[in-house]
Design a protein around this ligand. Structure first.
Ligand SMILES: Cc1ncc(COP(=O)(O)O)c(C=O)c1O
Length: 372
């Protein structure tokens, strides 16, 4: 009998577990006749602010818009430089470039896949205005070093926490370090909508006010426009569904951590002789494992071996941002960010979702064992 496939992620099982509550929420919204920026969005904003321990949460259309709105609220102008890691999802750089500002790509620490703070000094110029650390795969970047540097040089900090809701660093919850935090509720995220959704959060009252205005075409009073914003609203259906899911987030997070611990135990086994390296968690970090990402020298052959056993795996990300064709005009070269470039050749994310069972995990581990 053919073995059942093990996907990289699976959203259907989780839906089955919460179907009744989700359907009740959907029905409540549909019957209300209120579909955009209404009571569900208000409630979700305050529940999420409470969860993160921040003063303000502002629902927006998606995580990419959250980054764009954050940069706009901070007054980033054409020609301003923003320091970002080169090893992240495109949206981090795209938001900067869409404002005519310049993404300045920094190398990473290969052990954590996060921005290497030592790069900041190296890439700082008179035009540098902000830093966007990304908490990649669910692990908070080295925020002490990053915030110290930002304060020393008067730079704004936007946390790209799209992959890291619930994570913490030295006892402090994500999105409480920088000026603004950005979240994505893309369906596969740890807290995922049934469509696009995002959130901008801040502890700064004037910034919160600006963000609220910017997401509705720069208008505070209806049909009166003070500044140039755009349409980036969160809809009621997504907010209602996310409210249901927020109640389960801590439980799902604990399940992801247990799955990671099981992988860790098997993969840090000395028999791998350095051929497969388990993800490292920096001291003081609570990792929420949006992804469980290993490094493997023979990565592409390992992908094929896993696929031959019906096991899904994903490469996040196969090409650094400083080497993307769209940024060729910035003149950055291969070799500029060697650690990140190494990550694009070796990083591989294994199946990871709260409902992944141990039998499936054992099959993944056995396939890797047989490979090395
Ligand atoms: C690190 C990072 N930043 C930004 C985004 C953008 O979020 P969205 O897809 O909701 O626009 C994502 C996710 O897709 C992401 O992983």
């Amino acid at each position: 009998m053919a073995k059942q496939a093990i996907p990289s992620f699976d959203l259907t099982e989780q839906y089955g577990l919460i179907e009744a509550d989700v359907m009740a929420a959907v029905e409540r919204v549909l019957k209300s006749g209120h579909y955009i920026l209404g009571p569900e969005v208000n409630a979700f904003e305050s529940e999420l602010a409470g969860y993160l321990g921040v003063r303000h949460a502002i629902g927006v259309a998606n995580g990419s818009d959250a980054l764009l709105l954050a940069l706009m609220a901070l007054g980033i102008q054409p020609g301003d430089e923003v320091l970002i890691p080169t090893f992240t999802f495109f949206a981090t750089a795209g938001a900067v470039a869409r404002l005519g500002a310049v993404p300045v790509f920094c190398d990473i620490d290969l052990n954590t896949f996060n921005l290497d703070p030592a790069e900041l000094e190296k890439r700082l110029t008179a035009k540098t205005r902000a830093i966007i650390p990304v908490h990649l795969y669910g692990q908070v970047a080295d925020m002490d070093a990053i915030m110290n540097f930002a304060r020393q040089h008067g730079l704004s900090v936007i946390e790209d926490a799209a992959q890291a809701i619930g994570a913490s660093y030295r006892g402090k919850t994500v999105c409480n370090f920088g000026d603004i935090g950005c979240l994505s509720f893309y369906p596969t995220k740890n807290l995922g909508a049934c469509g696009d959704a995002g959130m901008v959060v801040t502890n700064d009252d004037p910034l919160a006010e600006k963000l609220r205005i910017l997401r509705t075409h720069g208008s505070k009073k209806k049909y009166h426009h003070d500044v140039l914003g755009f349409n980036s609203r969160l809809d009621e259906l997504q907010a209602a569904i996310l409210r249901v899911k927020l109640n389960h987030l801590d439980d799902w997070m604990a399940k992801r951590q247990a799955i990671a611990a099981y992988y860790d135990q098997a993969l840090s086994d000395s028999c791998f002789g350095g051929k497969v390296i388990a993800p490292q968690v920096a001291a003081g970090n609570r990792h929420v494992y949006h992804q469980y990402t290993i490094r493997a020298e023979q990565r592409d052959a390992l992908i094929a071996a896993l696929a031959a056993n019906g096991i899904g795996s994903t490469v996040y990300y196969p090409l650094c941002l400083h080497l993307q064709p769209v940024f060729a005009h910035l003149g950055r070269q291969p070799g500029d960010c060697p650690q990140a470039e190494k990550a694009t050749e070796t990083a591989l994310s294994l199946p990871m979702y709260p409902e992944l069972d141990q039998a499936s995990q054992r099959r993944v581990i056995e396939t890797i064992r047989a490979f090395v």
